[in-house]
Ligand binder design. Structure first.
Ligand SMILES: Cc1cc2nc3c(=O)[nH]c(=O)nc-3n(C[C@H](O)[C@H](O)[C@H](O)COP(=O)(O)OP(=O)(O)OC[C@H]3O[C@@H](n4cnc5c(N)ncnc54)[C@H](O)[C@@H]3O)c2cc1C
Ligand code: SF4
Length: 477
């Protein structure tokens, strides 16, 4: 009888890939986790209990067939594991790196709930597709036949790229317009290399370009080309522009020198990682070297800013967040990584104003958590008489993002948006009320996650294909 390769969670402990030591991590922008060795990936996959109702799969936004690719990996059938994994996910190696697995697939792993420690799903997913790249199994798209219909996609982030991939596989003509000089959206210019190395994103962009996806970069829609022109050129248009307007605070001292927006700081730093010469970095404006840095916010963006500042050689890095650790929106794993690298978190602390111009400090007011608000979340309340000044010569605001005013910027008042400015679109198909216009990713959901943008892009592309009568081909793939 064949040996049972699975259900080893009782005898095999959870083991993440090795994490580089903090003092080494602080020195560069390379990823902090090593790759699994082949045997380790097999061993860790073999811990899966192959549940009849896999909650990991239910809680993965893409409904990845996780138990199947874990079993195939445990059996050493890696090429098949790759094929199963990529059937539902355009970028498995990217999700494996940056999904908050503790809140999604791994957070719902049954063996975790029985106290054995979750299967390391994300790390195995990354390992499978990194291996596929290494072995040459990831090939450019080569549709069986070309179709005459064309789709224009505005925004080359994960939502737009995932839609392009699915459409192109069926031979649809796809052009992606993006205002940046490189494709990838926040994968390229938001998320730092220590979470997602840049060549991992660039090889995907190249793969799509080699498969016939056309990129019109440095093309700001609404400035370089109108939305109406794009609609006229294509049979369908997908809006995948993300959310880029930074939430501001109103406080004394706002507007002074040394107060910067997180997205600008991270974009400059990511450009440096590509080897670009960036004037705002060379001038010192977006360089934390030798500075006391204070980052305001408690989400993923704030975590990326504090850890970038450490790598740039800041003298000290503090993160102010108005709630406590348990109530922050950012990933607990990233907080731990940041603490290991030397970041100090000031929980229950909110900015009241800024001292000096150029800035020399942040006026901080201490908070406590009061009664739950309408959403059930405990609202922070000020503790009177506990204010103090936190010294700072670079303050980075990471208070979240909102959509830009697309109807005005694009001179398209008929584009349906809700009161927050996000586009009103069907959550499954991405269809808007405008004929042939679809929307996916953050511009529909508000600031969200890469995996949700991929899901939206994939599902929207399938809906468009269905409308084109190309769904039979998708089903046969
Ligand atoms: C700093 C930071 C860290 C994050 N970390 C994580 C993480 O660890 N894990 C995770 O899952 N998610 C993370 N996120 C969230 C994630 O990056 C987003 O949810 C995801 O990228 C959204 O994808 P998208 O395709 O909708 O938009 P985006 O990735 O924002 O891409 C939109 C693209 O549209 C282009 N564009 C916008 N307007 C125009 C225009 N008028 N004309 C032409 N092009 C235009 C932009 O240049 C951009 O390339 C992070 C976000 C930030 C800001
Ligand atoms: S895509 Fe994200 S949530 Fe889904 S299996 Fe991979 S890491 Fe988990």
């Amino acid at each position: 009888m064949a040996k049972q390769p699975m259900l080893k969670f009782i005898t095999v402990s959870r083991d993440m890939p090795e994490k580089r030591l903090p003092n080494l991590r602080r020195e560069d922008f390379n990823e902090i986790y090593a790759e699994y060795a082949d045997e380790k990936a097999k061993e860790q996959s073999s811990r899966c209990s192959q549940c009849g109702v896999p909650y990991c799969q239910t809680h993965c936004p893409l409904h990845n067939n996780i138990p199947d690719w874990l079993r195939l990996t445990a059996e050493g059938r890696l090429k098949e594991a790759y094929e199963v994994s990529q059937a539902t996910n355009t970028f498995p190696e990217i999700c494996g790196r940056i999904c908050p697995q503790d809140r999604l697939c791994e957070g719902n792993c049954v063996i975790e709930q029985s106290g054995h420690g979750t299967v390391t799903i994300g790390s195995v997913e990354k390992y499978i597709t990194d291996t596929a790249w290494e072995k040459g199994w990831v090939q450019p798209i080569s549709p069986r036949a070309e179709r005459s219909e064309s789709v224009g996609i505005i925004g080359a982030g994960p939502g737009g790229l995932a839609a392009a991939d699915v459409l192109r596989r069926q031979g649809v003509q796809v052009t992606i317009y993006d205002r940046y000089d490189r494709a990838g959206g926040l994968l390229t210019y938001g998320i730092p290399g220590f979470k997602l190395e840049k060549d991992v994103v660039m090889r995907r962009n190249d793969q799509l370009a080699q498969g016939g996806v056309k990129f019109e970069l440095n093309c700001d829609v609404g400035v370089d080309i109108s939305f109406a022109d794009i609609r006229a050129k294509h049979d369908a248009v997908i809006v995948a522009t993300g959310v880029y307007k930074t939430r501001e605070i109103q406080a004394p001292g706002v507007g002074g020198v040394g107060l910067e927006r997180a997205i600008d700081f991270l974009t400059v730093s990511n450009r440096k990682s590509f080897g670009d010469t960036v004037e705002e970095f060379e001038s010192g404006r977006f360089n934390a070297h030798g500075k006391k840095v204070v980052v305001i916010g408690g989400g993923d963006t704030a975590m990326d800013c504090v850890r970038t500042s450490i790598r740039q050689g800041a003298t000290s890095v503090k993160c102010l967040y108005r709630r406590d650790r348990a109530n922050m929106p950012g990933s607990q794993r990233e907080v731990q990584n940041a603490e290991e690298e030397g970041v100090v978190f000031e929980w229950l602390s909110a900015p009241k104003g800024f001292v000096g111009d150029p800035v020399t400090g942040v006026m901080v007011q201490k908070m406590r958590l009061g009664a739950p608000d309408a959403t059930g979340r405990q609202a922070p309340e000020v503790i009177e008489g506990a204010d103090y000044v936190e010294e700072a010569d670079l303050v980075i605001m990471a208070l979240g993002f909102e959509p830009e005013d697309l109807p005005t910027l694009w001179n398209t008042p008929e584009l349906p948006v809700n009161r927050w400015g996000t586009i009103k679109a069907d959550y499954i198909t991405g269809a808007t009320e405008l004929d042939g216009v679809y929307a996916v990713g953050d511009i529909v959901r508000g600031a969200s996650l890469v995996v949700w943008a991929i899901k939206d892009g994939r599902d929207c592309a399938q809906a468009i294909l269905e409308k084109m009568g190309a769904m039979t081909a998708v089903a046969a793939e």
